[in-house]
Design a protein around this ligand. Sequence first.
Ligand SMILES: C[S@@+](CC[C@H](N)C(=O)[O-])C[C@H]1O[C@@H](n2cnc3c(N)ncnc32)[C@H](O)[C@@H]1O
Length: 278
Amino acid sequence: MEHPGSGAHYPPVRAERREVDEAESRRANGPDWDRYADEYQATHGEFLGDVGFVWGPEGLTEQRAGALGDLAGKDVLEVGSGAGQCSRWVRAQGGRAIGLDLSHRQLQHSRRIDEATGIRVPSVRGTATALPFRDNCFDVVFSSFGALQFVADIDVALAETARVLRPWGRFAFSITHPTRWMFPDDPGPDGLTATQSYWDRTPYVEVDDATGEVAYVEHHRTLGDWVALLAGTGFVLERLLEPEWPVDHERVWGGWSRTRGVLTPGTAIFSSRWSPSR
Ligand SMILES: C[S@@+](CC[C@H](N)C(=O)[O-])C[C@H]1O[C@@H](n2cnc3c(N)ncnc32)[C@H](O)[C@@H]1O
């Protein structure tokens, strides 16, 4: 996928497909989100809402999706929490939400909104593959376009999620719909013609032209990969939501647009529970 923030604030980059390990993914994506955080919040903050939970660019809210169940009194972890908008909404429902994000700058935005709204989301800097929490301490873990598509060692991230969840705890996350991988990440008509294989898992990488260093990484897994990964880690998949493009929705967000949204799914939301017996 093309970088959501490609533009004036970025060093010139060259897009490639090549293998990238976890260390390189993390080294790239932390600083990348630090660079991009101000623009991301300025562009999307109003749509997200300071105390709002949307699962993706289609604007499906958790209030409508109900992927996390009743949150009152629950211990909740958001992975890839950004400025904590979703966690703040969870707190407003009575859940004890905590945020975790790789980007220091995103967490600074979270603090800024905490102060503006008076709803504080305790947050920690860290990565999805090494959660700094003890075993069995959350009822719910979720991620709204957070870390999962940025992580190379997805099996480690899922094992970490299972470790911190209490038995039968819920795990729900949204990602770019895997079928989008086949198309150019273009919101216009060019984004409707398949140009590459759905089954090619080679990561999308942006390389800084000046330094030759990897500046941004996204990892692709097919729908079948996700089902197998969840089952293999002991998660029971309960729902796969593919939000439709709303009739009155005109927003363009990176490669998401009405032109594409009415024809092809842009977001996949997996909702599962962790089974201790598996
Ligand atoms: C598209 S933003 C989504 C943030 C927030 N959920 C939202 O809806 O605005 C992706 C977030 O994932 C974070 N992230 C990327 N890789 C991560 C990792 N390995 N562990 C934790 N967070 C990560 C980024 O720093 C960024 O804040």
